[in-house]
Design a protein around this ligand. Sequence first.
Ligand SMILES: C[S@@+](CC[C@H](N)C(=O)[O-])C[C@H]1O[C@@H](n2cnc3c(N)ncnc32)[C@H](O)[C@@H]1O
Length: 209
Amino acid sequence: MDASPEMVDAARAAAPGDDVEYVLADVRAWLAARRDAPGEAPRAIVSNAMFQWVEDHLGMIPELADLVAPGGSLALQVPANFDAPSHVLLRELAARPEYARHVTARLRDTSVRAEEYLRALARPGWRVDAWETTYLHVLQGPDPVFEWISGTGARPVLESLPDAERERFAREYRAALRRAYPALRRAYPAGEAGTVLPFRRVFAVATRD
Ligand SMILES: C[S@@+](CC[C@H](N)C(=O)[O-])C[C@H]1O[C@@H](n2cnc3c(N)ncnc32)[C@H](O)[C@@H]1O
C-alpha cells in the first residue's frame, strides 16, 4: 500500500502475481477504512520508510498495531536524519528569500525517536523492540549525496522551484554537500574515491502475545 501511483506500479512490476494485492491509498484513509470494516486480522504489518512523510503519525501507530492477529507483529522503519548536515543545509538554502518564495514544501521534522515508538507501543499484552542504527553508506561517483537526497528528502523542494531557480539551487546545494561530505581517496574499494554518508534509521517491532 502506498499513496504514489508510480510506487505502486513499480512494486507490481517488480513482483507480479495473483496472490499479491497492490493498493493505492493514503495510510490515514486506509486505516479509517479498516476501522469501519476490519476484515481478517493480518499476521504482520510492515512499513518501510513511509511514516516520516505522515505528520503526527505517532497517534495512529498503536491503532495500526491493534489490527494484527494474536502472535502477530507490527514492524516499521523510518529514516531519522533531520539533523544531519544534508538536511540542515537543505533547510538553510531553502530558507533564502530567492528560494523561499517558491518553496511550498513544509520541511518540518516528522521523525519520531525510538523511545517514542517504544512508549506508544509498549502496552499490556505486547512485547516491543525499538532501536536506532546509523548506517555508513559508502557512495561512489560525482555528487553522490546530492544524487541520493534529490530522489528523497530534497525532492519536494526541488520540485517546487521554477527551472532557473532549481538549477541554481541544485548547483549551490551540490557544492555545500561536497564540503560537508568530502570524497575520501581511500580504500572504498582500494584506490577509488568514496563518499561516506552516515544515515540514521529508527526501527520498532511490536509483537502481540
Ligand atoms: C522512501 S519511499 C519508501 C517506499 C517503500 N515503502 C520502500 O520501502 O521502498 C516513501 C513512500 O511513502 C509514501 N507515502 C508518503 N506519504 C504517504 C501516506 N500518507 N500514505 C501512504 N504512503 C505515503 C510515498 O508515496 C513513498 O512512496
